[in-house]
Write a protein of this length. Structure first.
Length: 152
């Protein structure tokens, strides 16, 4: 089995420990920095956007993961879904509460509201397409059950 782990560099220390434990059980793993493979919402540099998509496609083709673990919600989830590869989301916080507060405090202008709606749609799509959502606490398990009934 091959597992691709995508996350933030600040969490690599913990992800590397997890990866090493899996490799002892004959699971081939690869750890990547997700930002190097995903595009920003308002990135107008087409060459940069296409380059990151090609880089991710090449990685998926060469490594051939059976499953992908996303350490956070990331733009690569869209490309992974297109490739037909199942993915797991490691949920570290209450995304729905964060969205609620962001809408009320940060995203008040029309421009920012557009960004908020795009982010909200993206998060919903990620959770709907994820094979498994892995909350890190009992509290988050209940939050996931409430917001996404019927999801593993």
């Amino acid at each position: 089995m091959k597992l691709l782990i995508a996350g933030d560099k600040t969490r690599f220390y913990h992800l590397e420990g997890f990866m090493n434990a899996l490799q002892k059980n004959d699971i081939k793993c690869k750890l990547i920095y997700d930002i190097e493979y995903s595009n920003k919402f308002f990135d107008i540099n087409i060459k940069n956007r296409l380059g990151k998509q090609k880089k991710l496609k090449k990685l998926l083709d060469e490594f051939g993961p059976d499953v992908v673990l996303l350490d956070r919600l990331s733009g690569i989830a869209t490309e992974i879904t297109k490739a037909g590869i199942p993915f797991f989301i490691l949920l570290r916080g209450n995304v729905w509460e964060e969205l609620k507060w962001a809408k009320e405090t940060i995203y008040t202008s029309p421009q920012k509201r557009l960004s908020f709606l795009k982010k909200q749609r993206f998060i919903k799509t990620c959770f709907n397409n994820a094979s498994v959502i892995l909350p890190i606490s009992k509290y988050l398990e209940n939050v996931v059950r409430k917001n996404i009934p019927g999801k593993k």
